[in-house]
Each structure stands twice: as structure tokens, then as C-alpha cells.
Write a protein that binds this ligand. Structure first.
Ligand SMILES: Cc1cc2nc3c(=O)[nH]c(=O)nc-3n(C[C@H](O)[C@H](O)[C@H](O)COP(=O)(O)O)c2cc1C
Length: 235
């Protein structure tokens, strides 16, 4: 067994208290997250609307960033951050390369977990459920809204594949730009083959709110054949 490493940052002692008046999230200290907050159909939608809007209002960096978990063909889990680009009762949407590592994992196992880590608000939200690709028209509508530079980069990048160096990557970008009338040209960049949206159909939603002494609040909604089960979980 390895001897313990030194801990110059004193990680073992590092802890932030939750639920004090100074650090409490937008619910304050008194308002305890409760299963009664999960109402409507689906019951996660209204509270998610509110918490996401509060994350935006609080100006935390990348409030729509979410950690996506997938499982590859060999059963290996992996996570990475992507941006939520829309959601509704039908599910939660993000855009990426269909032949990226996550795309290949989703082809093998079309299920994903999502985590919104709003730590600055002492909140966290998890979702998981089956995944489908979004309709090409919906992908095209989002693609058209992206700045030209990021369209060119996405077109040029074989996402998750190795490349020799930065210069080779920039050469690929230059080649794509030349093909479509230049970096500042006005010839539209088409949606790349093998790029588009995924929709996570939420069958499990969990909301977490930090509280003092690690006595945090957790509530979840689980879809069943007859509706939704909503319950409190121990922290
Ligand atoms: C804040 C943030 C937002 C990101 N948003 C996206 C995104 O919307 N789509 C995407 O494909 N990658 C996004 N990435 C990059 C991914 O985390 C990841 O590196 C990339 O998708 C390749 O992942 P994979 O090799 O596991 O497929 C983002 C990274 C960060 C840090």
C-alpha cells in the first residue's frame, strides 16, 4: 500500500457549511425543499424552470451546463459537460457529435444521466432516462443559430478522435472555411454529417438542496406505468 500523500491544500479539512443565512440558496434557510414542490405533469418541470431561472439570475458561470453520464459498449461509464439547449415535458436536449465518444456510447446504450451542479446556489439536479436523437429539422434550426466560427469548428472537428497537434487542427478548420467561402464568407455552413441533438426523456428527476450539518434535502420524482412517484430521500 502506498504511504498517504501529503495534503498541502488540507483537503481533508476542507468543508463549506450549507444553509447558513450567508450562503443559503434562493430558497433561504427556512424553506425546506419538499415533495410538495413537485407538482404538475411532469412534476419536475415547474421546479426545474424556477431553479434554472434562478441560476441564470444569480449569474453563475454556464448556468445551463450539465454533466452527461453515458455507458459505452464495454460497460464503462464516462461523464463530460455539455450545454442544455432546450427542455420541455418531452425531455432535455443537447447537441454534440454523433461519432464522439459519447455518441458511440449512446449508440450502444441509449440512456444517459444529467447533473446540473449549481453549487453556488447550494443546489443540484439529476435526471436520467432513455435517449433519442432529435429530428434533423430541430438540429438544423439550432445549427442556424450558432455563430459561423463555431459552425466551422464543429464541422472541422472529428470530435473525440486524436490529432497530431494544434496546427493540424487549425489546418482542418482552414480547409473547411475555404470550402464554404472563407471564415468571414456568407456561404452557409451546412449541418455536419454525424452532428446533432439528443433528447433525454426524463424518467427520474432528483432535486437536492444543501442544509446545515449535512442534513440536506432531497426529493425525487420517478415515472411509473401509472404516473409519477414523488418522495423524499435521506441525504
Ligand atoms: C462548459 C462546457 C460546455 C460544453 N458544451 C458542450 C456541448 O454543448 N456539446 C459538446 O459536444 N461538447 C461540449 N463540451 C465539451 C465536452 O465536455 C466534451 O469534451 C466533448 O463533447 C467530447 O466528449 P466525449 O469525448 O466524451 O464525447 C463542453 C465543455 C464544457 C466545459
Amino acid at each position: 500500500m502506498e504511504p498517504p500523500r501529503e495534503d498541502p491544500l488540507n483537503l481533508a479539512a476542507m468543508r463549506v457549511g450549507y444553509g447558513s443565512p450567508a450562503t443559503a440558496g434562493a430558497d433561504g434557510v427556512a424553506a425546506h425543499l419538499d415533495p410538495a414542490w413537485l407538482t404538475g405533469d411532469p412534476p419536475w418541470l415547474g421546479l426545474f424552470d424556477r431553479w434554472l431561472a434562478e441560476a441564470v439570475a444569480a449569474q453563475i458561470p454556464e448556468p445551463n451546463a450539465m454533466v452527461v453520464g453515458t455507458v459505452d459498449a464495454d460497460g464503462r461509464p464516462a461523464t463530460r459537460t455539455v450545454l442544455c439547449k432546450g427542455y420541455s415535458a418531452a425531455g432535455i436536449c443537447f447537441f454534440t457529435g454523433y461519432e464522439s465518444a459519447k455518441g458511440r456510447a449512446l449508440a450502444a446504450h441509449p440512456v444517459a444521466s444529467l447533473t446540473f451542479p449549481w453549487i453556488a446556489l447550494e443546489r443540484q439536479v439529476h435526471f436520467h432516462g432513455p435517449v433519442t436523437t432529435v429530428a434533423p429539422e430541430a438540429t438544423a434550426a439550432y445549427w442556424d443559430s450558432r455563430p459561423r466560427g463555431s459552425q466551422i469548428s464543429a464541422y472541422a472537428s472529428a470530435q473525440s478522435r486524436p490529432i497530431a497537434d494544434r496546427a493540424a487542427l487549425e489546418a482542418q478548420v482552414a480547409a473547411v472555411a475555404d470550402r464554404f467561402g472563407g471564415i468571414d464568407g456568407d456561404e452557409p455552413i451546412p449541418v455536419p454529417p454525424n452532428w446533432g441533438g439528443y433528447l433525454v426523456d426524463v424518467e427520474y428527476a432528483e432535486f437536492w438542496q444543501g442544509r446545515a450539518d449535512r442534513l440536506h434535502n432531497r426529493v425525487r420524482a420517478v415515472r411509473t406505468d401509472s404516473g409519477w412517484d414523488v418522495e423524499r430521500l435521506q441525504p
